[in-house]
Write a protein that binds this ligand. Sequence first.
Ligand code: PLP
Length: 400
Amino acid sequence: MKRDDFPIFKTTNRNKPLIYLDSAASAQKPQVVIDAIQQFYSSDYANIHRGIYELSERATAAYEATRLAVQQFIHAKSLDEIIFVSSTTEAINLVAQSFIRPYLKAGDEIIVSAMEHHSNIVPWYLLTEQCGAVLKVIPVLDSGELDHDAYQQLFSSRTKLVAVTHASNVLGTINPIKDMARIAHEKGVPVLVDGAQAIVHMPVDVSDLDCDFYAFSAHKLYGPTGIGVLYAKKQWHDKMLPYQGGGEMIETVSFDRITFADVPKRFEAGTPPIASAIGLHAAIDYVSSIGMEKMAAHEQQLLQVLEASLQAIANLRIIGTHHPKVGVVSFVLDGIHAHDVGSVLDHEGIAVRVGHHCAMPLMTRFDVPAVVRVSLGLYNTEQEIEALTRALHLTRKVFG
Ligand code: PLP
């Protein structure tokens, strides 16, 4: 499916045809995204918002058109609910520092889950050090599903936020965000969703999910690095205090008094990643032209083949068998370190990721130091999964 759209596949890895199974870390870029960025720098580039000349107006219009494309892509109700940030990581830190920290009292609680990426743990942990917040952790069952009964028990009168991933970057598990948000809202608690992995694998509708914040990065959506999105429900805008000071995020400045711009400008201090925004727009147009449902169906088909092939390998243990899951499968080969597996695969031209995947608490939960992670993108094929399976049999032979 659409593999030819991606120029990277004309290159090799260790002199073998590239088999890229690391899209969960970052997706490869289609030519249309590369072209859009090049075209923008060649013909439309200027700094935005403050220029009164035509070129700057053109650049501003292109940048703001991305905001509209994002709004439509994730079905936000209002354009000003879309804040451009550098990444998922920045989006989560922004909520922690602008929305939670100013109101937090020692002993207040944040609920996270045991399957979070470090970027949805550390910003909250920092609040434990900065203001005495307490982290409450939703356990993960052996299957890789969250323990939803335990989740309900974690709320108290001190709960200030639920911060949970939409899809796990290790287990692939898709969490039932709509239900989780409903439960949190019944208790008056807002919900932040880490959408870094989900955004590329399924249609996302923040209005239907009814989450309060949704964070994602363009680079996992076949777009460029350097830009991400924070969806922030309008209801909370007045409570979100400035986070980084600088140009563009103000209304008036004197040495005695500064007044701040409304959201989203309040959180877009300084010159933003303009060209990356143009690339994000091209990426959204690209995936929309294929259709998120069609992409998801292709990945689910490959996922079935992948899981069946892995299950047929001796002494291979998949970590996280729960469905529904996105096209992400992690495993260990008993007796062989994940890094050794990764090295053999690399020599066969196969790019996978090995290690703790920025989810150390999850490694502890499953009692493994590291796992091999295979993650799928729209360009992957069944032939590539066959090649992976052959290489894993070879790994078994090499290491006994
Ligand atoms: N959350 C999850 C679930 C992720 O998989 C990642 C990246 O792998 C992140 C957050 C962080 O994304 P970024 O590095 O783009 O900020």
